[in-house]
Write a protein that binds this ligand. Structure first.
Ligand SMILES: [Zn+2]
Length: 152
């Protein structure tokens, strides 16, 4: 493993111990070049999260794709790039299942946005759910209003 300070490959493990209730191993490492110490975590992970599309086809989860959609929904809203990245790149670890339906990704993303910003939530909702009519879209927004404070 490369040293995060000087990028030297000359690093060694000083000690290892279980972390996060045994789901990870925490290793202290020391760099042979700059002698600084740093920590790394090792975790077991599913091979790759697979996404079940509406067509029934499976494809590997791509956090960059999710991030792109989030950026569009959150454009000029008070949500930081960091918040979006944490959600998109942490998604796989968060769900801890080998396979997920694309609808479920949308549902979890909506849940995430709802807590952050109503405008971003509605934007994502309008793109994500294939509304067959304007009435259904308005209905959904009404429900949103009933759940929280009225917009404005
Ligand atoms: Zn170093």
């Amino acid at each position: 493993m490369k040293c995060p300070y000087c990028s030297s490959n000359d690093t060694r493990v000083v000690n290892s111990r279980p972390a996060d209730e045994g789901t990870a191993i925490r290793r202290r490492r020391e760099c042979g070049a700059c002698h600084r110490r740093f920590t790394s975590y090792e975790r077991a992970q599913f091979e790759a999260l697979m996404v079940r599309k509406r067509s029934g086809r499976l494809e590997a989860f791509n956090p960059d794709k999710l991030l792109d959609k989030l950026r569009i929904a959150c454009n000029k809203r008070p949500i930081t790039e960091k918040q979006l990245r944490e959600f998109a790149y942490g998604f796989e670890d968060e769900v801890q299942v080998p396979e997920i339906a694309s609808e479920e990704i949308g549902r979890r993303t909506l849940h995430f946005l709802k807590g952050l910003d109503d405008v971003a939530y509605i934007r994502f909702l309008s793109v994500y759910r294939d509304f067959d009519s304007v009435d259904r879209f308005i209905e959904e927004i009404k429900q949103l209003g009933e759940l929280g404070d009225p917009p404005g």
